[in-house]
Structure formats: structure tokens, C-alpha cells
Design a protein around this ligand. Sequence first.
Ligand SMILES: *[C@@H]1O[C@H](CO)[C@@H](O)[C@H](O)[C@H]1NC(C)=O
Ligand SMILES: *[C@@H]1O[C@H](CO)[C@@H](O)[C@H](O)[C@H]1NC(C)=O
Ligand SMILES: *[C@@H]1O[C@H](CO)[C@@H](O)[C@H](O)[C@H]1NC(C)=O
Ligand SMILES: *[C@@H]1O[C@H](CO)[C@@H](O)[C@H](O)[C@H]1NC(C)=O
Length: 419
Amino acid sequence: MRHTTSALSIKLFVSPLGVPGTYASDHSVMCHAVHAHNMRAVKLGATFLETQAIITAFASPALKNAGITLDFLELGHEADFYNANGDRASNYSVSQYTAEWITFATNMTRTAHLAGSNTRFWGGAFALSSHSSTGFSPQGIFANNILSSEPGGFITTISQHHYSGSFCSGDGGLLQDLMTKATIRSNLSSFTPDIQATQDRNLDYVFGETNSYACHGAPGVSNTAGAALWTLDYALFASQLGISKVFFHEGIGYKYNLIQPAVLTRSILDGSPLATPQQPHVQPTYYAAIIAAEAIGDSGRTQAVELSISNTRISGYAFYEGGALKRAVFINSLAFLAGATNRTSTHLDLTFSGSGTKPKSFSVKRLVIGHADDTSGLTWGGQTYETVDARVGGTLSSETGTVAGGIDIPATQAIMISF
Ligand SMILES: *[C@@H]1O[C@H](CO)[C@@H](O)[C@H](O)[C@H]1NC(C)=O
Ligand SMILES: *[C@@H]1O[C@H](CO)[C@@H](O)[C@H](O)[C@H]1NC(C)=O
Ligand SMILES: *[C@@H]1O[C@H](CO)[C@@H](O)[C@H](O)[C@H]1NC(C)=O
Ligand SMILES: *[C@@H]1O[C@H](CO)[C@@H](O)[C@H](O)[C@H]1NC(C)=O
């Protein structure tokens, strides 16, 4: 194997300057639920009965005693696809949608007695966005006065759905495209006007449904180790734009799952019967969630800022607690695929600015990946989560580095350094 190394100088501020992403970690043991009710069939009676049923269920001792709360109701799933799906006329517009939403949601608001509860609405939930006030988008529903309606007063969050492409429409994409720093940034940055319009109205903006490629993932792409690097960069970059939560779409046997929660009897790749059923297990993208959780930590007030790195394959984020630099995550998104022989490595030279103590050394954890298209065998700090109960296994490997010496990051790897 041939190794080639190039060098990159990275500047970190020891105290945060204009930090966009703040993570309020949730320490409670409460379970939070969002109930989404479709509006494809225009049947108010069904909406009414479903609302009654869901409120009754969440008021039951079984759910209450388990600490499970119904935080949000959502009405209408990807309504911008209703006309294409044949559920509405081809000229179905955001103004018609908003009028329907207000009628149905008024009934839900009163049936669920929202005025006397903590349950609120998620608005939007569109598949795509026109980013304009005349089409399906947050701007479009705001322009049609959704917020001044009776139920609109209970919207606290705007939800957007997003995929980087669709496996069904044949644009499943190459693994390298998914991992690429620029495509992650252009996919997410297109929502900047929507986020701004939402925040201007003091509402929270979330990705209520997202993952790599629609139609439950692309085989050999969404289920791979390279997709773990995508998940990590995608979730962290989303925070930089003001997307406050990112909900990854999951289902039994979906290719893009972080975890496979049930025994599988069919292949996730092509649905063919498996000779031996697969026990519940984690997929490579699960490691991204572990790394994000460790980088954010449990301070409840960690701030993250993307580092300015002039390299098309390396992205990085600094994490601050109480105004002090604690950790940094770097991702090398150059896909090192099975069969390749020349795994490159990039040397990171770290320099520090700002007021406060400048670190001289650090500890390192690496997400070690054999090849970008591997579907198992990853390790994080030398440990695995590919165990029978998905609890961490193996011994934590300790690696330290010095600021004077810098650090190397091979192609298709993520590292976290802690100061
Ligand atoms: C909601 O709609 C149902 C079905 O039309 C109706 O029976 C019920 O009275 C409505 N509830 C409210 C509070 O408007
Ligand atoms: C949409 O098309 C229908 C006929 O399919 C027509 O009756 C209706 O007026 C149109 N609505 C608008 C808003 O153009
Ligand atoms: C989103 O990312 C995919 C690669 O996963 C790329 O093919 C597509 O062009 C990107 N879309 C935008 C709007 O950047
Ligand atoms: C391997 O080398 C080839 C030819 O120099 C280059 O195109 C490719 O990007 C390299 N791959 C990696 C993972 O460095």
C-alpha cells in the first residue's frame, strides 16, 4: 500500500467567535413523540377520530407513567407531492393547501384542547421547497397567513424533508458524491432562505425527515462506512445553518438505517430471502451518531463552529463549552474504495488564536474504516458497536498527539481530538 501525505494548516480559536450551532442536550428520561397525520384523503371525520384516539392514548396511564409525552402533531405529509400522486388536481397550490390545513387543524386544535396542553404543531413537512412565497415552502404558507390562523398560533416548528437524491428515480449516486464536502454544503445551503424566513418568525426549523437517498437508500452507498462520514458531516453542517434538529428516516430493513432494530429475513439490498436471518444490529452510520454525541458532550450548552479549511476533502468543527475550546472533529471524505491501493493521508498542522490557554497536546479517537464501501468492521477509538446488544465492545485505544507535531488523517476517516 502506497501512502502519500499532503499538509494542511488549520487555525482554531481557543474561544468561540460568532458561534452558530448551540446544542442543548436533553438529559431527561422523557420520550418525545411526534404524531404525523396524513391529509392525502380529504376526510375531516378521519382526522377528527385519529386526533381523539391519539390524545386518548397519550393521556393513558401506560404512556403517562412511562414519561412519554406527545410534543407535536403534524398534519399533512409532503403535501407538495399530492398533485403528482393524483390526490389533488394538478393545479393544487400552496394557498389551497394552507386553507385545507387551517380547516383540518382548527378541528384538531379544539379536539386535542391544545390551548390547555403542551402539545404543539409542526408546520410544513414538504418533500421539497420552492424557496418562494408562491410555492410550497415555509415562505409560501407564511404568505398565506397560516400563522395568524387559530391553529397556526400553535405552530412552533417548521419541518422540512430532504434527501440528496432518490434511488427510485435512478439518481442513487456514487458513494463519493454523497460524501463530498461540496455536495453536502450545496444540498443544505439551498434551505438558507427558508431557515431565515422561519427564524424571522421566531420559529424553530428542523429537518423532520431526511437521509441519504430517498426510497430507503441506495444499495452499496447508504448502508456503507462512507455514508457514516456523510451522516456526521451532514448533521454537523446542518447545525451551522440553523437547522436545530435532524431526524434520520428509519424503517425495518431500510438500506439507510443507523440501526436494524428487528430480525431481518430478507436482504436490505434487493429483498431476496436470506439463508440465515440477520439478528438486530447497527449499520455503519450508527458510528456517526456516537461521534456527534461525544463531540457535543453532555454540557447542555456546547457550541460548535465549522473550521475554515481550504481543502475540498477535509471538513472540521470545533466544539466549545463555557466559551473554551474542548474538542475538534475532522473528516476526510476522500473515498478509499475496495480495490484501491493508494490511500492518501493529509497532515493537519494546528495553530491557535484568541484569548485563553492555547493547548500543547491532545488525545485522539479515530473512526477507522477499511474501505468506504465496507458495510461493517468499523472501529471508533479501537472499539466496536457491532455487538449482539449494540453496546460498546473492546478496549479503548489511547492515542495522543502534540500541537507541535500535528496529526495525520487518512482518506475515509474521521478523528476527534480532545484538548
Ligand atoms: C371536528 O370534526 C368532526 C367531524 O366533522 C365533528 O364531528 C366535530 O364536531 C368537529 N369538532 C370540532 C371541535 O370542531
Ligand atoms: C384548478 O383546476 C380545476 C379543474 O381541474 C378548476 O376547476 C379550478 O378552478 C382550478 N383552480 C385554480 C386555482 O386555478
Ligand atoms: C446533493 O448531493 C448529491 C450527492 O449526494 C448531488 O448529486 C446533488 O447534486 C446535490 N444537490 C444539490 C442541490 O446540491
Ligand atoms: C489513487 O491514485 C489515482 C491515480 O493517481 C487517483 O486518481 C485517485 O484519486 C487516488 N485515490 C485515492 C483514494 O487517493
